[in-house]
Design a protein around this ligand. Structure first.
Ligand code: AMP
Length: 217
């Protein structure tokens, strides 16, 4: 099964992807996490992406598609994939359909996590992520308890540069202009399931898992 998690920045895609990975054994592919890993390792690609990420803008498709294409070459993709943060535009969605077809695969469904802009701004202001394993937490709603990878004790938690209020506004504008049209596209293709994303973490987890299991039947 190959799923896309669609949602604005801060809608909880990363948190939900981690649970779908654990529950369904799917491989989590986050384009943002791939960029941040590259940046941590100061690769050429990471340094190229850095300025765009810092401004809350899209990294150009040429770079983004290259990083996703490379990720799809690894063998763990055979288990099925959860895409998180990709595709973010109609052009990327078309490119993904082609990349999947080249692998003899297709997208089975798109889970759209719905959250209002007010709630997104509030969540992003308190979001913390682990610099090492990229696991997302929140100062109030999801404080660090244990590392999902059993690697650390929360010492690498920090606020992402692009979670500063100025950048958050730019990222939300970009979401509405470029990514939101995908909601209709996938709805028309009868691939979209909307998941209410404003309940407690557990409620949203339950709803996301149920939606993913529906896709599997
Ligand atoms: P995210 O972790 O998904 O919020 O992504 C962080 C940043 O990485 C975004 O604000 C963009 O600058 C960049 N990025 C991640 N995924 C994409 C994508 N699919 N297309 C273009 N830029 C992306």
């Amino acid at each position: 099964m190959n799923i896309i998690l669609l949602g604005a920045p801060g809608s909880g895609k990363g948190t939900q992807a981690k649970q779908l990975q654990a529950e369904l054994g799917l491989t989590h592919i986050s384009s943002g996490a791939l960029f941040r890993e590259n940046l941590n390792h100061k690769t050429e690609l990471g340094l190229l992406a850095q300025a765009y990420m810092h401004r809350g803008e899209f990294v150009p498709d040429e770079i983004t598609l290259a990083i996703v294409r490379e990720r799809l070459q690894r063998p763990d993709v055979d288990k099925g994939v959860i895409f998180d943060g990709f595709p973010r535009s109609l052009a990327q969605a078309e490119a993904l359909t082609e990349m999947m077809a080249d692998l003899g695969r297709r997208i089975d469904g798109v889970l759209y996590i719905e959250v209002s802009d007010e709630a997104l701004v509030d969540r992003l202001a308190g979001r913390l992520i682990c610099r090492e394993c990229q696991a997302p937490f929140h100062r109030i709603y999801q404080p660090f308890q244990t590392c999902p990878y059993h690697k650390c004790a929360g010492e690498y938690l920090h606020q992402r540069d692009d979670d500063q209020p100025e950048t958050v506004r730019a990222r939300l504008e970009t979401f509405h202009a470029q990514t939101a049209p995908l909601i209709d596209t996938y709805r028309q293709a009868q691939l979209l399931i909307a998941v209410p994303g404003e309940g407690s973490v557990d409620e949203v987890k339950r709803a996301t898992l149920e939606a993913a299991q529906d896709l599997n039947h």
